[in-house]
Design a protein around this ligand. Structure first.
Ligand code: URA
Length: 246
């Protein structure tokens, strides 16, 4: 009979530090398996058993979580802020440890995914993923067709020329910009480079994920269908087949 794997191995994989650090967690009585306090030497089946640390569900194989947050202005995308500002993690209640996928500037608003799925996060943020990110940018002045063409074709920034982008003028001083890269402050720098500083920036889409009804500061879990579409978009076909019920 399959005896499962050592609990400290499962916990280490779930992000609780080294196996040695996880042994200490276990010996301190902070870990439970199916509601019972675990002991050193316990083995588990992470696919079927509920493992908690300090009363919170541990992100084991079966416990992947995916949230969508509408980040408001003034909130930072780091896990903790030494200056005590509100972080995106303060806005999302999750039973497991999660982290933001990529980052939005403190003054950028809009959609941000938070998850404990390191593989999906890595693929989504990897430059080769080419995932489309759509923004509405309120800019100073009213960009001319020439400025819009330059934004589309690529503008020279200090870290190189930007890749082709889809750019359209929604109304006076308001642009819809879709980029496939994720450089630091990219949209702001692109707009400044053509003479139109951004005064407000909102992300409205990440690949297949959109939600115009999520109010600023609110979050929700992504649906199974949305997670699947995201996985498809980054080529995680094995995961779709093996981890998700059909
Ligand atoms: N581009 C920016 O300039 N800022 C963001 O937060 C995201 C994209």
């Amino acid at each position: 009979m399959d005896e499962g794997e050592r609990l400290q191995k499962t916990l280490a994989r779930a992000g609780f530090g080294s196996r040695r650090a996880c042994e200490i967690l276990i010996s301190e009585g902070r870990v439970t398996i199916d509601g019972r306090v675990a002991e050193l030497g316990n083995r588990v089946h992470p696919d079927t058993q509920v493992i908690c640390v300090d009363g919170a569900l541990a992100p084991t194989a079966q416990n992947m979580v995916y949230y969508l947050l509408n980040k408001p202005d003034g909130v930072v995308t780091t896990a903790s802020d030494p200056q005590g500002r509100t972080t995106v993690l303060d806005l999302v209640e999750s039973p497991v440890r999660i982290f933001p996928v990529g980052r939005l500037d403190m003054n950028t608003e809009g959609l941000l995914i938070l998850t404990n799925d390191g593989r999906l996060a890595h693929l989504l943020t990897h430059p080769s993923s080419g995932i489309a990110k759509e923004y509405l940018a309120r800019v100073e002045g009213d960009p001319s067709p020439g400025a819009i063409r330059r934004l589309r074709e690529g503008v020279e920034l200090e870290d190189g020329v930007t890749s082709p982008a889809q750019v359209s003028r929604v109304s006076e001083g308001l642009l819809r910009i879709v980029i496939h890269e994720g450089r630091n402050r990219q949209v702001r720098r692109m707009c400044s480079a053509v003479g139109h500083d951004v005064t407000r920036l909102v992300r409205t889409r990440i690949g297949p994920i959109q939600d115009a009804t999520l109010s600023p500061g609110s979050s929700r879990q992504l649906s199974l269908g949305e997670v699947r579409r995201l996985m498809e978009a980054v080529g995680m076909t094995d995961e779709i087949a093996s981890t998700m019920p059909s």
